[in-house]
Ligand binder design. Structure first.
Ligand code: BGC
Length: 466
C-alpha cells in the first residue's frame, strides 16, 4: 500500500460519513428541543439561553454609543456612531489580556476593563458625555433581562475566580463606579453571536442567525416567542426573541460520541475545562491546531510522515514536549499553499521544527492533515447551521458570521456550505454574510434599540396619561 493511501486510511476516522452527519443533525435537533422546553432544559447541553433581544435594528438608528467586547484573546473598547442610513462609524482600541486578567480574580478583570474604558473615553474626548454602553460578554450566561447576566461558566482561556454565579453586569457597573468620573450607563449585555446577528441585521434584515467561529464557537438565532416555554409571558407581546444556543457545550451528554476520536478526547482532557464544551473543542480556533499536533505526532510515530527526515527525532521531541506548538492560524496560512514548492508549509516547518530542507511529500501530507481537521469542523458546523436554518423556518435566512477561523481560512466558507446545502430543507434558501465590524457594532445597536424602545414607551405613556 502506498504511503499516501496509508495516511488516508489513518485519517479516515476524522472524515465523517453521511450517516454520521445525519446522526449529528438528529442529536443536535433533539438538544435544541430540550433546550427550549421548560421541563427538559436542565437535561439539555445546548441551553438555548434567552437573550431578551426582541427588537431588531430599523437601520435608521442614530447617535454615539460605547461598546465593550470581551471574550476572545483580546479585549476591545469601541465608540460607535450610528449614522441613520444602515451605516456606522467605528473607533476601536484593542487591549491585551495577560494571565493576570484571564486567570486572576473577577474583580481584577473588571477593574482592568473599567481602567481601559476610562482611558479610551478620555482619549476620544467623550468623558464628560452621558453615554449608553452595550457589553459583549461572550460566555454562557443566564439572563433575566437585557442588562442582567449571571455567568454559568468560563470557557476558552478564561478562568477567573469569584465570578461564576455572579451577575457580570453588576460587576462591571461596580468597577465603573469605583473609577470616579465615568458617566456611563451599561444598558445591555449580549453574547458575541447576538452582536454579530444584530450587526448583520442592521445591513440586511433577513439575517436571523449569528455564528462565531473564532477562539470559541457558538451560534444564536431568532425564535418565535411561542416556542420559548421558559420566557415569561410579559415578554410575549413581541413576536420573536434571539436565542443564544451555546452550542459549544453540545456533546457533553454523549451527542457527539459517534464522532469523537482519541485526539478529541486528549484535547478535552488537557484543557482548562475538561468534560465541557465538547463541540467547541472539535471546531474552534483555540483547539484545532492542537488537534493537528496530536494527529501529526501519532502519524510520525507510525512512520506515515517524516519517515525519511533526518530531523525526525527532533520533530517528535518538539511535538511531544510542546503542547500548542501548532497554532490554528497555521491551518489557515498553509491552506493557501498551492503545492508549487510548498513555500508556506516550509515556513511553518522552519518556525516550529527548525527544519530547512523539507521533503515535498511531507509538505503535502502535512497540508492534508490540516485540511482534514478544518474540513471536519466546517462540515460539522454546516450541519448544525442547517438545523438552525430549518428551525427558523423562513424561506430565506442570512447567517451572519464572524471569527478568525471563518475570516482567515480560505476554504472554511466552502466546507460549511457543502453540508449546509445538503441539510437545509429544499424549500428554504440561505446565504452567509461576513460581519463587517464584529460584534462591537452589534452591542452599540442593541444599546441604541434599547434606547429607542425606552423613548417609544415613554412617549406612549405620556400620550396615555394626557
Ligand atoms: C462561549 C460563547 C461564545 C463563543 C464564541 C464560547 O466559548 O461559550 O458564549 O459565543 O465562545 O466566542
Amino acid at each position: 500500500m502506498g504511503e499516501l493511501t496509508r495516511l488516508r486510511e489513518f485519517l479516515n476516522e476524522l472524515i465523517p460519513s453521511e450517516d454520521q452527519f445525519q446522526r449529528l443533525y438528529q442529536n443536535f435537533c433533539a438538544q435544541i428541543r430540550k433546550g427550549l422546553g421548560a421541563k427538559t432544559n436542565k437535561d439539555a447541553d445546548t441551553k438555548c439561553y434567552l437573550t431578551y433581544v426582541q427588537d431588531f435594528p430599523h437601520g435608521n438608528e442614530t447617535g454615539k454609543y460605547l461598546a465593550l467586547d470581551l471574550g476572545g484573546s483580546r479585549f476591545r473598547v469601541l465608540l460607535v456612531t450610528l449614522k441613520g442610513d444602515r451605516d456606522a462609524e467605528l473607533v476601536a482600541k484593542i487591549y491585551d489580556l495577560t494571565e493576570k486578567e484571564l486567570l486572576g480574580t473577577g474583580t481584577q478583570l473588571f477593574d482592568y476593563i473599567a481602567k481601559c474604558l476610562h482611558e479610551f473615553v478620555c482619549e476620544q474626548k467623550v468623558e464628560g458625555e452621558h453615554m449608553a454602553l452595550g457589553f459583549t460578554f461572550s460566555f454562557p450566561c443566564v439572563q433575566t433581562g437585557l442588562s442582567r447576566a449571571t455567568l454559568v461558566r468560563w470557557t476558552k482561556g478564561f478562568n477567573c475566580s469569584d465570578t461564576v454565579g455572579e451577575d457580570v453586569g453588576v460587576m462591571l457597573k461596580s468597577a465603573i463606579t469605583r473609577r470616579s468620573g465615568l458617566k456611563i450607563d451599561m444598558v445591555a449585555i449580549l453574547n458575541d453571536t447576538t452582536g454579530t446577528q444584530m450587526s448583520c441585521a442592521h445591513r440586511n434584515p433577513a439575517c436571523n442567525i449569528g455564528l462565531i467561529v473564532g477562539t470559541g464557537c457558538n451560534a444564536c438565532y431568532t425564535e418565535k416567542v411561542e416556542n420559548c416555554e421558559r420566557l415569561d409571558s410579559k415578554y410575549k407581546d413581541r413576536p420573536k426573541i434571539i436565542i443564544n444556543v451555546e452550542w459549544g457545550a453540545f456533546g457533553e451528554k454523549g451527542g457527539l460520541d459517534h464522532l469523537l476520536t482519541d485526539y478529541d478526547k486528549i484535547v478535552d482532557k488537557n484543557s482548562l475545562n475538561a468534560g465541557t464544551q465538547i463541540y467547541e473543542k472539535m471546531v474552534a480556533g483555540m483547539y484545532m491546531g492542537e488537534l493537528v499536533r496530536l494527529i501529526l505526532l501519532r502519524a510520525v510515530n507510525e512512520n506515515l510522515i517524516f519517515a525519511q527526515c533526518k530531523l525526525r527525532k527532533q520533530i517528535t521531541d518538539i511535538l511531544t514536549k510542546k503542547p500548542n506548538c501548532i497554532e490554528t492560524k497555521v491551518l489557515s496560512d498553509i491552506a493557501n499553499d498551492k503545492g508549487d514548492d510548498w513555500p508556506l508549509v516550509k515556513d511553518v516547518f522552519k518556525d516550529i521544527f527548525h527544519l530547512h530542507d523539507a521533503d515535498p511529500d511531507d509538505c503535502m501530507k502535512f497540508k492534508y492533515i490540516c485540511d482534514v481537521v478544518a474540513k471536519r469542523a466546517g462540515n460539522m458546523l454546516g450541519v448544525t447551521l442547517g438545523a438552525l436554518v430549518n428551525k427558523v423556518g423562513e424561506s430565506f435566512s442570512i447567517i451572519g458570521v464572524d471569527g478568525t477561523v471563518y475570516r482567515c481560512h480560505p476554504n472554511f466558507d466552502g466546507y460549511m456550505r457543502e453540508t449546509l446545502d445538503r441539510f437545509v430543507e429544499k424549500d428554504r434558501k440561505y446565504d452567509i454574510m461576513l460581519s463587517e465590524d464584529g460584534s462591537g457594532r452589534g452591542a452599540a445597536l442593541v444599546a441604541a434599540v434599547v434606547h429607542r424602545e425606552y423613548i417609544e414607551r415613554k412617549s406612549l405613556n405620556t400620550r396615555l396619561h394626557t
